[in-house]
Design a protein. Structure first.
Length: 268
């Protein structure tokens, strides 16, 4: 059973929520400023992006990096029964709020799907299964329940569970403790990083070419512009598509089978 199947974005079943609900700030990621709740000027009437095939050249790499983890189609098709934000302000406001909540829930579900695939002690594996079931239930919750959900508390509890999973997986492998470290721009080639705790580490523009990152905990690590050519992330913990899309890799970069290889990465 592929627990990530419903956590993959299907824009054909959404209503362009990420192009409307989210704000853009003019930067290296976005060519324009756009307030939350206002449609992007490139959003067509059929809820498709007019520049989807050339986001980077047009100055919108941030759009390419973004992933709703399937929250968009869940909100439109399930929570709102096929309605659209275009139906009026009474729909748009609650829909955008639900999208924000479910995007967070679905990202946590992605991490727990990873955790459930690991070889864990029985009691910890049972706790992970409980977390998987709880979050799956929240995906189908109604608007009242979603509005009352304390996302920060849920993040904290899920983060604690994922931390214990990480410790169990990396136990005995001698991984370095680099959690939250500022490693931006650092040349880390040749560094011992296998099974390292890199949770929340700043790796912006770091050189990790050829690095062995197997079983390294990369939850929340900032990989914007990180050089990953030839690196081995095949068994990295809690790796997401947005992290890889923000980085620079190539055909020789080894990644988990459940994460798509970014289209802009250079071939070998």
């Amino acid at each position: 059973m592929d627990r990530r199947a419903e956590l993959r974005a299907d824009c054909s079943r959404c209503a362009g929520l990420c192009c409307v609900a989210l704000p853009f700030a003019r930067s290296a990621d976005f060519a324009i400023d756009k307030p939350a709740g206002t449609p992007c000027r490139h959003l067509r009437d059929d809820d498709r992006c007019a520049i989807h095939d050339r986001l980077r050249p047009e100055g919108f790499p941030g759009c390419e990096v973004f992933d709703c983890f399937g929250a968009g189609q869940q909100v439109v098709q399930v929570t709102f029964g096929g309605r659209s934000w275009r139906d009026g302000h009474d729909v748009a406001g609650p829909m955008f709020a639900a999208f924000d909540t479910l995007r967070a829930v679905h990202e946590m579900r992605w991490y727990l799907a990873d955790a459930s695939s690991r070889d864990l002690p029985a009691d910890l594996a049972e706790e992970v299964e409980g977390g998987v079931a709880r979050l799956a239930g929240l995906s189908g919750a109604n608007l009242v329940r979603l509005a009352a959900l304390e996302v920060d508390d849920l993040r904290r509890d899920t983060g604690d569970l994922l931390g214990r999973v990480s410790t169990a997986v990396r136990d005995g492998l001698g991984g370095r403790e680099l959690r939250g470290r500022d490693l931006a721009g650092r040349d880390l080639r040749g560094e011992r990083l296998r099974a390292a705790d890199l949770r929340g580490a700043l790796l912006i523009g770091a050189d990790l070419r050829g690095a062995d990152l197997r079983t390294a905990d990369l939850l929340g690590a900032d990989l914007r512009g990180t050089a990953l050519t030839g690196a081995d992330l095949s068994d990295a913990l809690f790796l997401t598509g947005p992290q890889l899309t923000a980085a620079r890799g190539d055909g020789a970069t080894r990644i988990p089978a459940h994460v798509a290889r970014p289209a802009h990465w250079m071939p070998v």
